[in-house]
Write a protein that binds this ligand. Structure first.
Ligand code: SAM
Length: 444
């Protein structure tokens, strides 16, 4: 691998940087890591090496073709670079078992941190996953639909628009767009975009993003700031800027400090590929000290009754409220609705809880979001597909009916749902949304 001109010199004073071992690590194979879905538990992990800083993270011995694994499509795991899984330990350190929190993941697509945060919340509190770029926001939505938690909102907004939600969030994650040097090994194409000017440009943008979103964090709230850059001007210097200009304390993570491979710096934690098994990453934990207006929700959302045809599909219908929104009728956990009205008013929302479905004529047609959610009752009819049938379903083919029964069924592979099938006497109509289908030729 050929680093950009001036690159190693640029990093020579970065804390913990060792040019020899760093360069050598760039010649080694990139580790492949996945994070399992803690509520689905379909991934066989007993033979896999665990990621030291995330209880759900595992390394795979080699990179499989994930497209050919129906479990990947069912959301049994998320393919995520290992270093960035470390926010799990930080959240455990700072919140213990407390989960009733409102979390914003500001730069969220494609959803690595957001799916981790959703797992960590265990369906409690609220996660707003935001992405400013529209095409990336729809990928984020798909990944969060697949992950299945109902206490999740996906929005497509510029950071500035969060200023309307003053003092709303307990935690904000800013996984900022950066110069990307930490990804050179995994994505060598990133090398040609790197320059000292790009680093300077990114640092200025990072400050702008942080300044814009800062009012939305409550006083005493936690900011997790991260990049995949090794440049001090995007890392420690930004942490210092937040501390001094926005008013915050830089905090430690006891658990990360117990892992000797992680480099502790004045601003936070560095992951170098020659020391930790993963790609380059910087993480800083800050607590807002400055005063802030307290969020005060004036308008409560009015819910509509859950019809019987929907209620019978839910495991605990009384835990959810049904709301009429611009997206259609959505189910939202009763305990997480505070603030939902302001979110829907001020943000461009692409997903809010779980889209239930719609009445077509006399019959209720359940939505794909409901099939992928964790709120469906175990008594809902389901069909166990073979691997080939599952892949055919994921290609959006109609399947022959070898099962006998009729009506809407969950199409499942190894106990996990892939979508709905409308079972007719001689075939099964495929309810998978067109945008979800596998395009690759599977050879059958
Ligand atoms: N957190 C994501 C994950 O774990 O999967 C990765 C996020 S990536 C490092 C940074 C994201 O910031 C990108 O999705 C990018 O589209 C978004 N972004 C780019 N410019 C931005 C801006 N001006 N404000 C906010 N987000 C921006």
């Amino acid at each position: 691998m050929q680093f950009p001109a001036g690159y190693l010199e640029h990093l020579q004073h970065a804390p913990g940087f060792d040019p020899q071992s760093f360069t050598k690590a760039h010649l080694e194979t990139v580790p492949v890591s996945v994070r399992q879905h803690p509520a689905k538990r379909a991934l066989k992990t007993d033979q896999l090496e665990q990621v030291k800083w995330c209880s759900d993270g595992f390394y795979l011995p080699q990179r499989p073709d994930f497209t050919l694994d129906p479990l990947f499509h069912a959301g049994a795991y998320y393919v995520q670079e290992a270093s960035s899984m470390s926010i799990q330990k930080v959240l455990n350190d700072h919140f213990g078992n407390q989960r009733n929190l409102r979390i914003l993941d500001l730069c969220a697509a494609p959803g690595g941190k957001s799916t981790l945060l959703a797992s960590w919340l265990q369906g409690q509190g609220l996660l707003v996953a935001n992405e400013v770029i529209k095409t990336r926001a729809s990928i984020l939505k798909e990944n969060l639909d697949r992950w299945g938690y109902a206490n999740v909102v996906v929005s497509n907004n510029d950071p500035r628009q969060f200023g309307k939600l003053e003092g709303f969030f307990d935690v904000i994650i800013v996984d900022a767009p950066c110069s990307g040097s930490g990804m050179f090994r995994k994505d060598p194409a990133a090398i040609k975009h790197w320059s000292e000017d790009a680093v300077t440009h990114c640092a200025a943008r990072q400050e702008r993003i942080l300044e814009d979103v800062w009012p939305a964090l409550k006083s005493g709230g936690l900011l997790l700031y991260s990049t995949c850059s090794y440049s001090e001007s995007e890392d420690e210097q930004i942490s210092r800027w937040i501390k001094e200009e926005l008013q915050a304390d830089i905090l430690k993570s006891k658990s990360l400090e117990e892992i000797p491979e992680i480099t502790v710096t004045t601003g936070g934690y560095r992951f170098y590929p020659d020391k930790t098994k993963g790609e380059g990453y910087y993480l800083s934990i800050l607590r807002k000290t400055g005063a802030c207006e307290e969020f005060d929700e004036r308008q409560k959302m009015k819910n509509v009754p859950i019809p019987e045809s929907l209620g019978i599909l839910l495991e605990v219908p009384e835990d959810y409220l049904l709301f009429e929104t611009h997206l259609g009728q959505v189910l939202f956990p009763k305990n997480s609705t505070e603030g939902l009205s302001s979110i829907l008013k001020h943000l461009h929302v692409l997903k809010a809880g779980v889209l239930a479905g719609e009445l077509k004529g006399k019959s209720f047609v359940p939505d794909h979001e409901l099939a992928m959610s964790l709120i469906v009752d175990a008594g809902v009819p389901r069909l166990a597909l073979s691997k080939e049938e599952a892949l055919r379903f994921l290609k959006k083919e109609a399947l022959p009916n070898r099962f006998g029964s009729q009506g809407w069924h969950l199409m499942q592979y190894e106990g996990l749902s892939l979508g709905w099938g409308n079972v007719l006497p001689n075939r099964i109509n495929n309810g998978l949304p067109k945008s979800w289908r596998i395009l690759k030729d599977l050879g059958f």
